[in-house]
Design a protein around this ligand. Sequence first.
Ligand code: P1T
Length: 378
Amino acid sequence: MKIGTKVIHVGNKPDKETGAVIPPIFQTSTFAQKSPGVHKGYEYTRSHNPTRTRLEECLASLENGKYALVTSSGMAAEMLIMHAIKPGSTVLCGDDVYGGTYRLFTTVFHQLHNFIFIDTTDTKKVAAAIKEHNPDMLWLETPTNPTLKISDLKKLSAMAKKAKAKVVVDNTFMSPYFQRPLELGADIVLHSLTKYLNGHSDVIGGCLILRDKKLYDKLWVLQNSIGPSQSPFDSWLVLRGLKTLGVRMERHQENAFKIAKYLEKHPKVETVIYPGLKSHPQYKIAKAQMSGFGGMISFYIKGGPKESRAFLKKVKLFILAESLGGVESLIEHPAIMTHASIPKKVRDDLGITDNLIRLSVGIEDASDLLEDLKKALG
Ligand code: P1T
């Protein structure tokens, strides 16, 4: 099956008991047992739930993985990985990751592991860092949040494998519709389900997708022991939202292309970052490893914080809010909002400056979105 069919059919077979075409929500915390320990595969919803199982089946299939674990948030999925590796591990991490990921690593897990942040778009730098630090894990986000840097997944995964380091790829920005890291050599794919996979800005969720049974079992034991499992209702909502992933991603991309091209020519815009533009520094890699370029755009407005604030106040259709990947267009200021927990000096070095603006382009009519930006920039 192709991905546009999988999102509709995998994990979505009609209910065996009633024939209901849309699977029911098993909104229950516990399951009756015939006699102690004798049950139908389900005991307690923290451990397993049939609605969540359906979602996990679908997600594993979309990434061409074997197993998926659905968590209560993207951050919870990241936490499980950090608990799965042995204490004192060295994690080589991309330097431009979601602000919450940076915070989790530098303010929570820094007590347990060693984190080294480097520019993973520079393959030579990564090779040198692997040699120097002998890492246990390589953590990649590509494209990165918010400067949309792209790392070569095939090359980096091969290098990490040689050094016996596990490769984790946060694939939130592309979704499996446009990029499938397991096929390029990654060991674990992570998503914030909150974003494109659910697509409707009404659920917080996360997931891990992998092929290694031993590692999956370990992660499941951790999830069951710590408890960040997703609720059945939220899993059902994601299963529902997922069905339109293909049409949504195509439209996100179509609209983003129009906006990126418009902004690129605008006199009040300094630079536009969109992986689909030939001006993107890693355009060639993007083209080779992704089948599309997604709906995220970052751009530098001419001026500083004053100009950014004035512009952000003037947009009407774009909603000023954190998050991304929903049907509605969002706009945000990474330095003040999503990446505020990164120290200013680090932010400045990464290009997360006061005139950087991030767009999550929705699936509205592109002409309305363009008009909104035109008026606000004017
Ligand atoms: O919000 P949560 O579902 O816990 O997912 C965290 C997360 C993980 N990885 C990436 C690449 C992300 O972008 C996020 C969350 N990001 C935002 C809320 C944001 O506005 O960028």
